[in-house]
Design a protein around this ligand. Structure first.
Ligand SMILES: [Zn+2]
Length: 498
């Protein structure tokens, strides 16, 4: 293990989960920077070669560097939910950047209802769709500010800076395949918002930065231009710290930085919609939402994760379970699991279990109270190597964090708590995605799946935290809440890292 793969550099030795005693400073301001698409290995290598001096100085040397794991699907906006609401995509009932709600899905004369895509201008609907059962950090901390945040419930008027006016920038960003100018406008807007009396400062600030994710999709996660994007974000960290020093609050600031997903280079595309159409289904897919008779729907996120929905004898009311799916759609299951591009597919099975099928084996997981059970036949599709095991929920991350599919049990469990999750969840292997001809400009890098390259993320703090990892991104919400001496009023799955 290299020096930089230690979870905490120059800060603390490995400590157990804390009781909150480690919070060491009087914190007036908490800032969370979401460095979209940062891969921990690329980040570490750039730090080691001295290319990220601000991250090295203000976060690694003085604070904590925790090995983090994001959520399934590992995709922008949906994977912001854990940090900003403390919830998983499944428990928030938002299981992808595109989804179908079978209970509401109808294809009438004038339109198709019961579906969503948050891609393009429709990203404005993301905030509207947040269920009342969850709480945002902005609601918990009313004196908050964000910049261009798609999640903004609880922010007072004018406190989501550069949001309404950002859409033309986002459009240009998409087609120009770069987001450096979007990030620059966002940071300028943030810095302007910090002018004035220190008594007027917000208590919590959220800043998402898109440069690395956009560059990775355009050219690949290891391309020189992508590495330059990491360096530009390092410059942004430096300018934020300078500003906070200038206004005299840096020594009372808790700065956290984390990513929502990693990336893998994409060499080939499996057009999941085309594949299912060729099996004889009439398939609904965004953005082609004109009314017609359909008996399947495909909703891809990231683009390595897909929710697949199928009608049962013309009916769409509810998810199909186990035998129903296997009996009525056997051919589709067999074709999908045998495709070289597909990692595995998963679906609801009898008695609340989840079945995972790959080309060479099948796994079955369930949850009883606080324990997961897992067994497999043939080759283990999740490569957990623990057939017949019963695993306490507090061990589920640690046991799987270094495996091929980090946090597989918790993540598969949470995604299938949503009734909007597909009858079938499909993920592609690294090197492939599932979106075919629909994606333009072509993506050269993907995320969304449960593989370690997509799931592993850095979690950084300028103040040393008691926990050195592994940790989940759902732990960021209670950590920031504790920094501000706030407590979630809703049940959340995460734990404070203090
Ligand atoms: Zn992305």
């Amino acid at each position: 293990m290299s020096r930089m793969t230690e979870q905490s550099v120059g800060a603390t030795e490995t400590l157990p989960w804390s009781s909150g005693a480690a919070r060491s400073a009087d914190i007036e301001l908490a800032i969370f920077v979401l460095a979209d698409g940062f891969r921990p290995d690329v980040f570490r290598a750039l730090c080691e070669s001295g290319k990220l001096p601000n991250f090295s100085r203000y976060l690694l040397r003085e604070g904590s560097h925790i090995e983090g794991v994001t959520v399934l699907p590992s995709v922008t906006d949906v994977a912001y939910l854990p940090m900003l609401t403390g919830q998983y995509p499944g428990t928030a009932n938002m299981p992808g950047i595109r989804w179908v709600d079978k209970s509401q899905f109808t294809t009438g004369k004038f339109g198709v209802s019961g579906h969503r895509s948050y891609v393009g201008p429709a990203h404005f609907r993301f905030n509207e769709d947040l269920p009342a059962s969850l709480e945002t950090l902005f609601e918990l901390s009313p004196k908050s500010m964000a910049v261009r945040s798609d999640i903004h419930r609880g922010l007072s008027s004018g406190s989501n800076r550069f949001h309404g006016g950002s859409w033309p920038f986002m459009l240009f960003s998409h087609y120009l395949k770069r987001a450096d100018f979007v990030d620059r406008f966002a940071v300028n807007s943030l810095v302007k918002g910090l002018n004035g009396d220190s008594g007027d400062l917000p208590r919590f600030i959220f800043l998402p930065l898109l440069d690395v994710d956009t560059a990775s999709h355009a050219r690949g996660p290891h391309h020189q231009r992508t590495l330059k994007a990491y360096q530009r974000i390092d410059g942004i960290i430096g300018s934020i710290v300078s500003k906070l020093k200038n206004i005299g609050v840096w020594d009372r600031t808790h700065l956290m930085v984390a990513s929502d997903h990693g990336h893998t280079q994409t060499y080939d595309h499996l057009d999941l919609t085309k594949l299912i159409s060729e099996l004889g289904y009439s398939v609904f897919e965004h953005p082609s939402i004109y009314p017609r008779k359909v008996d399947a729907a495909v909703a891809v996120s990231g683009n390595a994760f897909g929710n697949v929905y199928v009608a049962s004898e013309g009916r769409w009311e509810r998810a199909l379970i186990g035998d129903e799916l296997e009996r009525e759609h056997r051919q589709m299951l067999d074709i999908l699991r045998g495709r070289p591009e597909v990692e595995w597919a998963a679906y609801r099975h009898d008695n609340g279990a989840i079945k995972i099928i790959s080309d060479s084996g099948a796994g079955l997981m369930n949850r009883e109270g606080e324990r997961f059970t897992y067994s497999f036949d043939g080759a283990d599709p999740l490569e957990l190597g623990i057939s017949g095991a019963s695993i306490h929920e507090t061990d589920a991350l640690e046991l799987t964090a270094e495996g091929r599919f980090p946090d597989a049990l918790e993540q598969l469990w949470q995604i299938f708590t949503s009734e909007r999750t597909g009858d079938l969840v499909v993920t592609s292997k690294p090197g492939y995605d599932l979106r075919g001809k629909r994606e333009w400009p072509e993506h050269r890098s993907s995320h969304g799946a449960l593989c370690s390259e997509h799931m592993k993320v850095p979690i950084l703090s300028n103040l040393p935290l008691a926990v050195s990892g592994p940790a989940r991104t759902v732990d960021i919400f209670p950590t920031i809440a504790e920094s501000l001496e706030l407590t979630s009023t809703k049940p959340i799955p995460g734990r404070s890292l203090w």
